[in-house]
Ligand binder design. Structure first.
Ligand SMILES: *Cc1c(COP(=O)(O)O)cnc(C)c1O
Length: 360
């Protein structure tokens, strides 16, 4: 038997495995924008009550019951919903369903880092377009990219702000291919793009139960689009994508657990604003945020994050970001992204930051 080298399809050498930071336990982990208050108790109870019979059998084919609940939550009809294994599990099959190998996928830079990998996995070519200095999307730049698929993220990860409705509307109006609006942080923002979905057959909004709903470990996401778009994405994602346990917890979180979720989201917004003021008093410059995290351009962010991690505190550090704003030029493209948590936790982070910035 000869040992031959086996190559994956073209473009895979440019895909790196996702490695956002060290995979270990921290006393305080504010690195991944999950719900630091936990999950709705009703969802926990649903997981405990899942019967052996329910878990021995396959879950529903395409998440029918969950689609009905999500449709009600979003104010659309169930045929406009597609569920997935996290919103990653909607984004990736959407690109497969609506892009051909060799097509370009335009996305703002910086944005959710996985989107370039999802494009390459399907043979598409990522076309990054720098954000404007105010972190809004550059609509003319995106339109000039000659892309078959346009990806937008609002509020944008990692910069935190919502994109302006004008820019998003213009991109939707002048694009014929699929326009994706990733709303992973919709529950913390004042506006959303659901009206654009209702009015346009080529817009897909993706959302998740990983952030405000506190269920990241269960991997539940969904998309909202015209029925024909939702149905094509279902073909690409295949049956049984959301596990029975995840489906049960999601149903509880969307139903009896929803009041808990909404109250925690409101609290997160309050903590975010209070934490932003405290950071400004430390001389830092957090960008305006519509999400459950703050983006803080600061020179030496990578070293700062490493020192915080020695204190048992994890935050996400970025380096090499495109210098799209004055703040990112001053910071040399380095920034921290800090998730919000109950206020006493944020006070510990402020103490640590104050000491580390002082020691500099
Ligand atoms: C967290 C995140 C996701 C992925 O969420 P999952 O539903 O857990 O796959 C997608 N997009 C953005 C912008 C995110 O921040």
């Amino acid at each position: 038997m000869s040992r031959r080298e086996l190559h994956p399809r073209a473009g895979y050498e440019q895909i790196r495995l996702y490695a956002p930071g060290p995979e270990r336990e921290f006393t305080i982990d504010l690195s991944d924008n999950t719900n630091r208050w936990g999950m709705p108790p009703e969802a926990m109870a649903a997981l405990r009550d899942a019967t052996s019979n329910a878990l021995t059998r396959y879950p529903s084919l395409y998440g029918g019951r969950l689609k009905a609940l999500l449709a009600d939550y979003c104010g659309v009809t169930p045929d406009m919903i597609v569920t997935g294994t996290g919103s990653d599990g909607v984004l990736e099959p959407a690109i497969r369903a609506f892009g051909e190998p060799g097509d370009r996928l335009a996305h703002p830079d910086p944005t959710f880092v996985m989107i370039g990998a999802f494009a390459r996995m399907n043979g598409l070519i990522p076309a990054p377009v720098p954000l404007r200095p105010d972190y809004d999307v550059d609509a003319p730049g995106m339109l000039a990219a000659g892309a078959r698929i346009v990806y937008l993220c609002s509020p944008n990860n990692p910069t935190g702000g919502a994109l302006s409705p004008n820019s998003v509307g213009r991109i939707v109006g002048e694009t014929t291919g699929l326009v994706i609006v990733d709303e992973a942080y919709a529950e913390f923002a004042a506006a959303d793009a659901l009206d654009l979905v209702r009015a346009n057959g080529h817009v897909l909004v993706t959302r998740t139960l990983s952030k405000a709903f506190g269920l990241a470990g269960l991997r539940i996401g969904y998309g909202i689009a015209a029925p024909a778009v939702a149905s094509a994405i279902e073909k690409a994602r295949g049956p049984y994508a959301v596990s029975a346990a995840a489906e049960a917890a999601a149903a509880a979180a969307l139903g009896p657990g929803r009041a808990w979720v909404e109250a925690r989201a409101r609290e997160a917004v309050g903590v975010r604003e209070r934490f932003a003021s405290a950071l400004r008093r430390l001389g830092l410059e957090p960008a305006p945020s519509d999400a459950n995290f703050l983006f803080v351009p600061v020179r030496g962010a990578i070293g700062l994050a490493a020192r915080l991690s020695e204190r048992g505190i994890a935050v996400r550090a970025f380096g090499g970001l495109s210098p799209v704003s004055d703040a990112l030029r001053t910071s040399g493209g380095e920034a921290l992204r800090i998730n919000v948590a109950p206020w006493p936790t944020m006070e510990q982070v402020l103490d640590a930051l104050q000491q580390e910035l002082h020691d500099d």
